[in-house]
Every structure is written in C-alpha cells, then in structure tokens.
Ligand binder design. Sequence first.
Ligand code: SF4
Length: 299
Amino acid sequence: MTSIEWTNETWNPMRGCQKVSAGCKNCYAETFANRFRGVKGNAYEMGFVPREVPGMLLKPLKFKKPSLVFVNSMSDLFHESFTDDYIHKVFTVMREANWHIYQILTKRPIRMKQLFDSKLKEFSSLDNIWMGVTVENCKAYKERVSILRNTNVKTRFLSIEPLLEDLGTINLTKVDWVILGGESGVRCRPMEESWVQSILKQCEEQNVPMHFKQWGGVRKKKAGRVLNGRTYDNFPEFKFKSKPTKSELKQIKINLEKQFFGEPITMSKFGPLASAENSVISFDFGTVISSNHEHVAIS
Ligand code: SF4
C-alpha cells in the first residue's frame, strides 16, 4: 500500500535518478534515498545512483488484489542509465500481470516515444498501461505534452505537480487524465488558487477527468485537498481484469523467471519477493529494512 492518493501500490524495478527540470528541485525520492546512503545493506546504500533492480521485477505478482500500480515512485523509467532490454522486461511483466493497471510517469518523454516507436511497439495497444508526463511549468508543458500526445499508447495522462506557475491555455487533446497538486515540505514553492481554477476549468471544458491531489505547503495535511468545497477524485474509466488462479499465477511466475533469469529464481539469489518499497525493502543487497517513508508524485 502507499499513501499516494491516486494509486494503490508502488513498484520500483529501478532506483535512483538525476534532476532534469524545475520540478525536480525538491525531489522527495532523492532526499529519501540519500538518507540511507552508506547504510550497509539498505536498499538505498548507493543513495540516488540510478540502477536496475532485477529482484523487484516480479513484485506485481505478489500484490494481493488487482491494483493501480505506480511504476518507479523512486526513479524515472526512461532515465538514460537503464538499458532498452531492461525496460522491455518491465513492460513484459506489465503485459503478463495484466490484472493490474500501471501508471508510468516520466520527465524524459523523448526516450519514451522513441521506444514506443521501436522496442516497445508491441506494448502500445495495452489498456492496462497508462503513460504520463510531469508538467510543472509552461516550459515543461511545451516540451513534453505534444510528445506524449504523439506517443503510440492507449491511455495518456499529465501529472501537473508541483504546479509552479500559471500554465495559461492548455490543449488536452488525447489526454485522458490530469493529476494536479502543489508542492509540500519545508522548501515548498507556493501554488496560487487561480492557477488551479484555470486548469480545473479547462479540464471540465475539454471533458478530461481531474484528480486534485493536494494544496501542498509546509503543513500539507492541514492545507488538505478540498477545492470549491469538495474533493476531485476523478479517474479515466477503467476496469480491472480478474486475478488468475493460484496455479495460473505460479505458471506466469515460472515463465517470467525462465525468460529473465534462465531459471526459476531462488531466495538466495534475490531475497523474498514479497518485499514492498514502502515497508520492507531490498533485493539487490539481500537485506531487509523497514521504513515509514511517504511517497510523493515524482518524475
Ligand atoms: S523528480 Fe523524478 S525525474 Fe526528477 S530527479 Fe526526482 S525521480 Fe528523477
């Protein structure tokens, strides 16, 4: 489980990233990861250095029920450090574990589009994979939204978070969902209500469901997420497929293990598959640590 309002679970088959734009300034994932830098055996012993985590690849098979799954709350799937082959494996898991819906958010849409035009083409028509870009300001809107619009996928969304300035007029053609929110934390940058109202109005005019995540601020709980006297918890239309039977699930796991690792994987190789990023962490270092960290929308 996760505390992010617009998803049910997080899955981090990669960890670590590097800042690319203004929205990254107070990246929570980086702060969190660096807290554990140098702590022997911790999943974040390497801090925020980008790396693939093969031991987490099959984690979606362990979620108890069909869920909305935020992929890479602690990284960016299209960071240049990650190989095309490894990214392909992540998508293969999403195709096979198709009773979940996966939400992927990036600030690197050029690589996303290039891959959907080539190596990831076979995943374009999957309706359980939602692809999104972060839009924190006008520059990001200009650079990212048209690339997303032209990426060959079924469901597209924008995470307008943290909103740092008035976006003015926005074109939501081929956008299926908008998440909107302000920055939180001690160094947060303010978000004005008029910017929020403008986006809400344009979402309503263009029939795009909007999820208002939070006002943000130093005390984000106190600031809450009420807008115009109500909450906005809208999603694109979706329906979960039913979870496979135990024996079907076992077979899917065996097939994926053989495909990825050449054999069914064992505890000694990666550790327990039940580990969760926000409670029990680590595969790549073989040690387990608990932490109550808060996830925020990043990437
Ligand atoms: S906000 Fe996202 S893209 Fe930026 S550094 Fe953090 S994880 Fe990477």
